[in-house]
Design a protein around this ligand. Sequence first.
Ligand code: MF3
Ligand code: CO
Length: 259
Amino acid sequence: MVRTRTEEEIELLRLNGDLVSRTLAEVGRHVAPGVTTKELDRVAADYIRANGAVPNFLGYDGYPHSICTSVNDVVVHGFPSDYALKEGDIVSVDLGTLLKGYNGDSAYTFPVGEVDSETRRLLDVTKECLYRGISMAVVGNRVGDIGHAVQELAEANGFGVVRELEGHGIGRDMHEDPGVPNYGKAGHGLKLKAGLCICIEPMITAGSRGVYVARNGWAVHTSDHRKAAHYELTVVVRQGKAEQLSTFDYIEKDNSINK
Ligand code: MF3
Ligand code: CO
């Protein structure tokens, strides 16, 4: 069931969106060669709890960690581990909160030290795909307009769009209707109404778009083992222009974060 939110509900989603945004920046301050992804998990969980919220990924469908840390060829749902990040890696940090009965969910892909120019382009294009998608999240458009915009930019740059996973509605549950695919036909799909709250999250591959799930049942890898990037923001559909409920501003305004 697809539902729109009242301004009171949107305010609670905005509180969550602000907390996930600040948590992503706090994690970003710790991303560096030699740091393990398990350390990033602890930084995020401590920060979320210190702000009176709960990491909503923990225990979700049995997920065993507080955040997802997806390195290089891992697209999403990577487990934090003893793996130490190294110069040239990229790590997608995906995290969420439960605060006052509502959810937050956002992701950012951080470069570790200096990355090669093709990886740099993958990060830049994937983030731009997200903003293109957000620009379509306005009253009167359809869900397919979002996916179409993401897909068009990704493929024009020679990258692949992962089809097996998609964005989603968000509210009292982290994952609600509608699904928000990163590919599609303009003018097709559910009509977007004011107050619909969704997470848009392009997952873009440097090479072919094929993926498989690792034997731990979670980590999604590219089939060709080339890198993938993933950025996610929460938005509310409005007339004329979507409103972002989460933001990368805390990351981008902090000169100590490598981005
Ligand atoms: N945050 C992911 C998404 O963007 C879902 C994470 S699944 C979990 O939809 F199990 F790790 F929570
Ligand atoms: Co999500």
